[in-house]
Write a protein that binds this ligand. Sequence first.
Ligand SMILES: Cc1cc2nc3c(=O)[nH]c(=O)nc-3n(C[C@H](O)[C@H](O)[C@H](O)COP(=O)(O)OP(=O)(O)OC[C@H]3O[C@@H](n4cnc5c(N)ncnc54)[C@H](O)[C@@H]3O)c2cc1C
Length: 381
Amino acid sequence: MIAPAGHGSPDPLEAFRLEARRWLQANAPKQTPPADGTAAREFALRWQQAQHRGGWAGLTWPKEFGGRALSVIEQIIWFEEYAAANAPSTHNASFVGVNHAGPTLIACGSDAQKAYHLPKILRGEVIWCQGFSEPGSGSDLASLRTSGRIVGDQIIVSGQKIWSSYADIADFQELLIRTDPASNRHRGLSWVICPMDAPGLTVRPIRTMAGPQKFAEVFYDDVRLPLDNVVGGVGEGWRTAMSTLGFERGTASLALQIRLAWKVEALIADCRDPALAARLADLRADTAALRAMSYRFALAHEQGAPGSDGSLIRLYFAELTQRVSEAAIDLYGIAGGPVLADHGWGFEYLDGFSETIAGGTAEIQRNIIGERVLGLPRGPQ
Ligand SMILES: Cc1cc2nc3c(=O)[nH]c(=O)nc-3n(C[C@H](O)[C@H](O)[C@H](O)COP(=O)(O)OP(=O)(O)OC[C@H]3O[C@@H](n4cnc5c(N)ncnc54)[C@H](O)[C@@H]3O)c2cc1C
């Protein structure tokens, strides 16, 4: 059993669970969310707005920015009920804003940036995307070359980003650029809020092998941004970016990690083959281990930005997601209904390949775990 039933308990957490369950039963959309384009944007914004109206957005965010300042325990309960209700995947167009741009602004933003952007994210008024990777600067992010020339109170941005998820439908971007032309590697970078309608900015969508146009190339041709849009200080972009990646690799996918356990339960319910049943039993144990690791991590990092240990969770989740999809294809067969269905297991299988690339490849996560978590010697550079 995944979540305690908890009927009739006077425990306030159980009352919270029942309240969440009732709200989700009544309000969670039943239809398959659109995968890309303006339909995906509208769907994500409407669902975020509904959660905000219902009091379920920003459970752990500070009250002054529209959050409820609840504990991680309540956040976990909400995600457990969210998964049980089969509510729309949190990996939608609102993902970056809610799960790492917002938390980065809370951790590193100025008062004015927080006051302007955080309520908009929570209320479901804006979509954010991330502009970190460049052609030639993915794993080696510190080699990035997109430049920001500081002229008076403006930054003039030139260069190119790539793989920016939902950039074609976003309002703002987490943009990492080099503002000190004499600098190299981690020094001299700045993390800037970039409005996606800024003159000189061009977005060219890229289709993934799973079908949707979920990410894009972004070109900056002398894009002028206010210097006030820098988050965490000019030249301090690496520190701010590490905060963003800490959230992205750590707590951002908590809902998805819990959801994976429910997916395995659904496969077990459909399985009649003893050999496959043993494999699914292993996957059930592995998803339980993942949830235990995720909960421990979320509780350990309740205050402040998560550290490098988020890579442990990110890597385990990514590889487990792929193993679950493979088991589903073996269970239903390549032409099975649940595989071919709209956003069915066929889609999940193809989409799942990106799990060990996005947010840092599996090899990079292993390097981080080895060097920064376990303290092993660094490999040759
Ligand atoms: C679905 C998806 C969504 C994404 N969304 C975004 C986004 O919104 N914003 C954004 O900025 N980026 C995004 N990315 C980009 C992602 O962060 C990069 O693809 C990733 O960091 C890898 O960089 P790369 O593609 O340049 O590959 P490379 O860095 O060129 O790596 C190629 C191969 O070499 C290996 N490798 C490289 N260096 C090492 C090393 N030191 N040790 C061992 N192996 C190494 C890698 O593991 C990989 O197998 C997304 C990617 C995907 C797939």
